[in-house]
Design a protein around this ligand. Structure first.
Ligand code: ATP
Ligand code: MN
Length: 533
């Protein structure tokens, strides 16, 4: 695969207020790999990938994500504790401070773009303090050809300076770290955090505003792949529900693992050029495609290596959120370019740690809209001292932290597109079965894959369905390659009364959460709600 970075071109950063810098422009993946190691910022793992630590932050910091409130955003953004306003004056002052801070240093500059559909392409110049953040941009954004680089016109700027610490009192931030979007100046300004996910999610947030407002395109937090028959499937879901895992399917061509647009011309396209997979407990046996993608060119984050350089994927001593980024061509079976037709099947993934929701069910249009607006999954307390209780987590459109507009804007677009395209919508619980977290176990990946394959290949067309008594969801009574006992969650619980109580409690959480959207919802959407007590 070409590594479109061998170029003699260089650029000046003066127009960005960044001066006297040693510009490392468009270094190749290998050069960035080497540079990272040379600077002592990473080591080479036995599989050939470079392994780095992202520092204080090993995940995004949603409370420190701001949007500049200006004439473009003022009336359109849904302001609140997700989209936190930032003043243009404060932004300008902070930007100048960061630019001054980075001046005189060595910086890494990468020209790239987002959106595999070039008519909607967004050219991005990424300026980073570290070589590995630049390599992340190489992996995750799309890579212009040498020809395209010659007269590359950057539209957006990402300035990524992890070692710059803000002073909240002067700079108007909450604390020392920040990720700020400025739509008038077309800048994503990131400081105080080295977590690379802020880079990709910064641009995703920008696109989630630009696509519906200017490009007649629905932006989606979903993965996508396409079968031999040319049929596209998309998988919505919050973090950890299985977007990356389930879209990496050797029998289907991968379009993308996280962010897509659904256009008015009946196509779905990837915003990105790479994947960013969780690697906690990754095994070659269960997830061979992802495992084999971890090689030279990939960046491992916050993993622990043994003395031979082998990754211990079970070691969560740095974080549970261990990750790898790699360019999409590290996956064998990919769609090129990353564009597909209208989806035929849509999966809403949820990791229900209460073990209440069925492992697969088919949704009515009303239920589809209801569940999309709800965006349910569960948060598992995990290894934290003695905390064993999962908590429900609702995030509208399965991605509220990245959605600048009101959730109903996206929901209306999705509902219309789903109807026009005549898609099947499925709710898939990749979470617990046989009881809640701590009692039951996570649904076997093998079974989830079989259920999805059945939905895609017509294996659920002629089977009998039954209705869930509380959630009203239609559950298949049989499914190829899946034991029938797991299909009805109540049957997997030893104590049926406990199941009923948990199901009612979860239904109540759904209702409470949905109350803030009720006034926007029509009867069809409201008909998708679980039954109230
Ligand atoms: P993010 O938005 O943070 O990228 P994601 O939706 O892409 O999250 P994955 O990276 O696919 O989520 O994470 C799913 C995790 O759950 C993986 O570690 C996977 O191995 C594990 N897992 C266990 N059982 C299942 C299952 N039945 N289906 C899907 N994933 C499962
Ligand atoms: Mn993912």
């Amino acid at each position: 695969m070409v590594d479109n970075n061998q170029t003699t071109k260089t650029v000046s950063l003066k127009e960005y207020g960044i001066e006297n810098v040693k510009v490392q422009y468009q270094l190749s993946s290998q050069e960035l790999h080497d540079k990272t190691i040379e600077l002592g910022q990473g080591v080479e793992a036995a599989n050939g990938a470079v392994a780095v630590n992202t520092g204080e932050f090993t995940g995004r910091s949603p409370k420190d994500r701001f949007i500049v409130r200006d004439s473009i955003t003022e009336d359109k953004v849904w302001w609140g504790n997700i989209n936190i306003p930032f003043s243009p004056e404060k932004f300008d002052a902070l930007y100048d401070k960061v630019a001054k801070y980075i001046s005189g240093k060595e910086v890494f500059v990468r020209d790239s773009y987002a959106c595999a559909d070039r008519t909607r392409g967004l050219n991005i110049r990424v300026v980073t303090e570290t070589p590995w953040a630049n390599m992340f941009a190489h992996n995750m954004f799309l890579r212009p050809t040498e020809e395209e680089l010659k007269d590359f016109d950057p539209e957006w700027l990402i300035l990524n300076v992890p070692s710059f610490m803000a002073d909240p009192e002067i700079d108007g931030t909450r604390q020392h770290n920040f990720a700020i979007l400025n739509f008038s100046r077309k800048i994503v300004l990131i400081g105080g955090t080295g977590y690379t996910g802020e880079i990709k999610k910064g641009i995703f947030s920008a696109l989630n505003f630009i696509m519906p407002v200017d490009k007649n395109t629905l932006p989606m937090h979903c993965s996508a792949n396409v079968g031999d028959n040319g049929e596209t499937a998309i998988f919505f879901g919050l973090s950890g529900t299985g977007k990356t895992t389930l879209s990496a399917d050797p029998d289907r061509k991968l379009i993308g693992d996280d962010e897509h647009g659904w256009t008015s011309e009946n196509s779905v396209f990837n915003f990105e050029g790479g994947c960013y997979a969780k690697v906690i407990n990754l095994s070659q046996e269960h997830e061979p495609d992802i495992y084999n993608a971890i090689k030279r060119g990939a960046i491992l984050e916050n993993v622990v290596l043994d003395k031979n350089g082998d990754v211990d994927f079970a070691d969560t001593s740095i974080t549970q959120n261990t990750r790898v980024s790699y360019p999409i061509y590290h996956i064998n079976n990919i769609q090129e370019p990353s564009v597909g037709h209208n989806p035929k099947n849509i999966f809403f993934l949820t990791a229900d740690a209460f073990g209440v929701l069925p492992p697969i069910s088919k949704l009515t249009p009303g239920q589809a809209a209801y569940h999309f607006i709800s965006g349910y999954t569960a948060k598992v307390a995990g290894t934290e001292e003695g905390v064993n209780e999962p908590t429900p987590n609702f995030s509208a459109c399965f991605g509220a932290p990245f959605m600048p507009l009101h959730p109903t804007k996206y929901a209306e677009m999705l509902s219309k597109k789903m109807k026009d395209a005549g898609v099947n919508v499925w709710l898939v619980n990749t979470g617990w079965t046989g009881g809640p977290y701590g009692v039951g176990s996570r649904m076997k990946l093998k079974y989830t894959r079989a259920m999805i394959a059945a939905a895609l290949e017509g294996g659920l067309k002629d089977v009998e369905f039954e209705k869930h008594p509380i959630f009203n969801l239609m559950m298949p009574k049989s499914c190829p390659n899946v034991p029938s006992e797991v299909l009805n969650p109540r049957e997997t619980w030893a104590d049926k009364d406990k199941y009923d109580a948990k199901a009612k409690a979860l239904a109540k959480s759904f209702k409470e959460n949905f109350s803030k959207y009720e006034s926007y919802a029509n009867d069809e959407i409201l008909s998708g709600a679980p039954i109230s007590e």
